[in-house]
Each structure stands twice: as C-alpha cells, then as structure tokens.
Design a protein. Sequence first.
Length: 333
Amino acid sequence: KNFFRMRKVYFYVLFFLLFIFIPIKVLADNELIKDLDNPIEILFEIEDWSEISQRQPTILFESNIFKIWYASYNGEQFRIIYGESPDLKTITAKKIINFNYDQSYDFHDPSILKVNNKYELYFAVSKNETNYKILKAVSEDGINFETSPVWILNPSLPWNNKAVSAPFVFYENNKYYLFYTGWDGSEWKLGLSISNNGLDWDDCSNNPIVTYASGPTLIRQLDKYVIYFHSSNASNIESVETNDSLSCLSNWTNRKVVLARNNEYDAKIITDPNTVNINNEIYLLYSSLSLTNKWTLNLASNVEEELNKYIIFIPGFMTSWNKNALIYNLDTS
C-alpha cells in the first residue's frame, strides 16, 4: 500500500512539473492580443483630485519601470498625471503635472519623449472643446516642469482648421517627427510635421497622410515603421506601415484592424493607442469606454503565455524502469 501511495505522489509531482514552466511566446509581425487582466488597475496616491476616468496614455520604459503619463478627468477638467508600473497590470498614479499655463484650459493627449537626458512632453490644450493647440514642455525628470510650455502647432489649414490634437513625437537621426490629428469639422485625419530642433516645424505639404484616423503612435519594428491609431468613429485600433525612410513622402500602406471592440470594458469606444518596443516585444496601452460608460486604460501586446510542452525527466524515475519492480514491487536486484 505504501508503494502504491508513493507511486501516486510521484505521478502528481511529475504532472505538476510538466506545467509549472510558462514560456513567453512573441507573436508574429505586429499581431496584438488584449491582456486577460484588463482593465489596468489604478492605485491613486494623489490628494485633492477625484479621478473618475483615464484617457490617452503615453509610456516610457526606464530602469525596469514603466513610466506612464495620461489624461485624468475629475468630472470637470482634464489634467495630465504621472504614474509608474512594474508590469502594466497596475499603475500607481503619483503626481499631477503642473504647467505655467492658463488653468481654465484642459490639458490632455500627452506624448513623452526623452532626448539628451531631458524629458520633452508634447500635449494638447483645449477650452470647452474648442481653441485646440499643441504645446511642448521640457523637464529634467519628466515630472516637474519649471518653464512655460511652448506653442508649436495650431489649426491653420483647411483639413485641420477646427482642431489639432493628439500629438506623438518620434526622434531619429537628429530629427523630430510630429504625428498629430487634425479636424475640419467633419473628419479626423493624421498629419506629419518635421523639425530639426523640436521648436521650428515644417508641415508636410501632402498632409493629411492618413484619413479617417486619430490618436497616432509610431514604432520602428525590424525594417519598417508602423503607425497605430484609432478609426475616426473610435470603433477599432488600426495600423499602417512603411518600409521607406521617414519623410513627408513615406508611403503608408497595408491598413488593417489591429484591435476591435469585443469586451465589456471596451464595448463602446476604443481609442488612444500608445506603444513601447522592448526587444521586439510590443506593449500597447489604449483607452476605452465600457458598457457602463466607464473610461479605463488597457493593455495589449504581442507577447502571450502558453503552457510548456516540454517533457521533463526526473532522474531515476521512469527513465529506465523494470515492470516487475515498479508495478509488482518485486526484488529484481
């Protein structure tokens, strides 16, 4: 009886060892899957601000910490908040970003960039859903901004004469590439502006570069660039890509849906993607509106977990065995 009891114990130990290892699989190309733990839990450490929703995240990965800036709404105004996360399952909101700017405006749609050890925060301001502008502020730590923001873009062209918003800035080869959203009163579209210093910008003459689109973010993925954005009716997150070098003449093709509304937490609206690429592991944060009208932040990535299919051999156990000894407990020495 003791022998058979031990056999049962060995069986359970072997079964357990077969499944304790969970390898990470990186999906092909830019395929993304939503995290099973969505929405992201917000741990709030800020006093005197009653947050009721989160929107428009932007993200950096530094010193093994995800740093996140997002637009927080308290029922009356939007403010940009800084938070940190070890794993993008929870975000600890630590501080409201203060700007030396007219406080009657909403501050929203942040985009963070680190250049020459300084944090450059690009963001949009608006007042009563009008008077849109895109501003830039610089900081030593990404949290405390001492100087007044600089105004870098405002509505000025037929395709964006009602609003410019949702900036995303990419820095490469000593050039700044500002992808942003413009609105003409009927349709949101994406534009591109390029700068050598981050202050003086040249709008591409062939703007808009993508139609029926808003909220752009860009990553370099192997030998191509990929823009993620949400459709102008906020029903999907989509992407376009190019194998060209970045310029006003880049040919953006292969438009496709990347994420669709298919969960309770993103059933009504899915918007505002922002990405970080860590060794070809892509993490995409986005905001969404649930069936109960709650805005939240969520995670998708090209990394998924799967059960290990490896066979683990335990030395001395069933690697070489004798039926009479193992089953009938006979002495075969």
